[in-house]
Design a protein around this ligand. Structure first.
Ligand SMILES: CC(C)(COP(=O)(O)OP(=O)(O)OC[C@H]1O[C@@H](n2cnc3c(N)ncnc32)[C@H](O)[C@@H]1OP(=O)(O)O)[C@@H](O)C(=O)NCCC(=O)NCCS
Length: 440
């Protein structure tokens, strides 16, 4: 723990990542990075983060590139680097350089992933790296009269073999090479390998480490979250995108449309980029999702853990009345949850009193890190429409500290005497909650 971090901050921070740890265990992430990361000597830092992800039970597929190393080999051998419509042409001599460069990069990555130095983040790390002929490739062929020869594209991914490796707790490392049933080797792009693999594995996340921070908006501001439709708009719009965004954003769209839950475009230059992106709500780059990440839905028994995590601090500080796990389990049907990226960040419960055409709104809570974004109001509005569907005419709440929030949303202070009879009999006079009512 750094000297500047207080024990309380440290404990609070550590607890705050628990929901991510729970949500990510057993999930499949495909992370792609260019050969620049290795050339710059930055891969050591990345290995620390990959080690942590693997230790948390995340199924990892790493995809590396080797562009600078290939260019270096070509230059050393006095060979031209020929591009046609933005695609490298790979003749037999170039292919030789590709194989050598890719092989060297791969060995270097495997060596760094094998580190286990005491007193380092890799202490006790036991990463077993798996490689193999997982990618079947096909030639791109002739485009506009130019035969691209050994330049290929992914034809098939051996999902069963990849799953086998990951079941054994191995981290899969894929190189930008593929093999054909005719025994040939093809030069592939890292983005094609990563995207095809993420799609084939139905991965939960695909991450591209790139040179810029992410997709930017009209004023140069970083766009943190894009739906596929918004990403398409960014690609086809007038805005000038950076080269790497132009390269990776179409992959993000392709992956999301094919069922990959989220694709992240993040800067490789940001310290701990992968961890910062994955373990915080705000993230540091651009995340592309099929549709918006927030869902408001009825709670199920599987949400109990998340609801408890959300309510406990509020119960401990006396803001909400304590509810046992058993009570929550019994009353889970009353709850609505607001989920963000598999994490419960808000909830509310509705207790109808049909005889009085009224309902109590209880347990309205939004995670402290996600407040002031209108989620509380969205939950309230949702509960009002649920109550209306049950033909109830008024909503009441009992609160000790949130009076003004409700007043500003159309609630009027009322009296215990006005509560439905059954609720009145249970009113806790010691707690002295105020009663607020709103006609709906
Ligand atoms: C009340 C609560 C659900 C609001 O969640 P939220 O997502 O931040 O709500 P919104 O984003 O819709 O509203 C935020 C606004 O309410 C204001 N607000 C937050 N708490 C408030 C309070 N106790 N009193 C008055 N205003 C408050 C914020 O300052 C913000 O104002 P602004 O829009 O002028 O900036 C959240 O603060 C919470 O979980 N509180 C603890 C649990 C609780 O008290 N529940 C109610 C009893 S059941």
């Amino acid at each position: 723990m750094p000297a500047t971090t207080s024990p309380a901050d440290f404990v609070a921070w550590f607890r705050s990542v628990a929901p991510y740890i729970n949500a990510f265990r057993g999930k499949t992430f495909v992370i792609a990075f260019g050969g620049e990361v290795v050339a710059d000597g930055k891969f050591v830092e990345l290995t620390h983060d990959f080690n942590l992800l693997a230790a948390l039970g995340i199924r990892l597929v790493l995809v590396h590139g080797a562009r600078p190393q290939i260019e270096q080999h070509l230059a050393k051998n006095n060979l031209d680097d020929t591009y046609h419509l933005g695609i490298r042409m790979t003749d037999a001599e170039t292919m030789q350089c590709v194989k050598e460069a890719v092989g060297r990069v791969r060995v270097e990555i495997e060596a760094l992933l094998s580190m286990g130095l005491a007193n380092s983040p890799m202490a006790n790390a036991d990463i077993r790296v798996a490689g193999g002929n997982f990618i079947t490739a096909q030639p791109i062929g002739v485009i506009n009269g130019m035969d691209l020869q050994h330049t290929g594209s992914v034809r098939k991914v051996d999902v069963a073999a990849l799953n086998d490796r990951m079941e054994f707790g191995e981290v899969v490392l894929l190189s930008p090479l593929g093999y054909s049933p005719t025994g040939e080797v093809f030069n592939l792009t890292l983005e094609d390998v990563a995207t095809a693999t993420a799609i084939a594995l139905d991965a939960d996340k695909l991450v591209f480490l790139m040179d810029t921070d992410g997709v930017t908006g009209k004023k140069g501001e970083l766009l943190k979250e894009l739906t596929v439709a918004q990403a398409q708009e960014a690609l086809t719009g007038k805005r000038k995108l950076s080269d790497d965004v132009s390269l990776f954003l179409p992959c993000a769209i392709r992956a999301c449309e094919a069922g990959v839950a989220r694709t992240h475009l993040i800067s490789r230059h940001t310290y701990g980029a992968v961890l910062q992106e994955l373990f915080s709500d705000e993230g540091i780059g651009t995340m592309v999702v099929e549709s918006t990440l927030n869902t408001l839905r009825e709670a199920t028994i599987d949400d109990i853990g998340g609801i408890i995590e959300l309510l406990r601090p509020l119960e401990e500080s006396g803001i909400l009345v304590r509810r046992s796990r058993e009570l929550l389990e019994r009353e889970i049907d009353r709850f609505t949850v607001l989920e963000h990226d598999h994490r419960i960040i808000g909830c509310a419960a509705l207790y109808p009193f049909p005889d009085e055409a009224a309902a109590e709104l209880a347990c309205l809570a939004v995670d402290t890190q996600c407040r002031d974004r209108g989620y509380g109001e969205a939950l309230l509005n949702h509960m009002i429409s649920v109550a209306k569907m049950q033909e109830l005419k008024k909503l009441f709440v009992l609160t000790t500290r949130t009076a003004h929030w409700f007043i500003e949303r159309g609630f009027k202070e009322s009296d215990v005497a006005e509560l439905p009879a059954q609720k009145k009999s249970l009113y806790n006079y010691q707690r002295k909650s105020k009663v607020f009512v709103r006609k709906i």
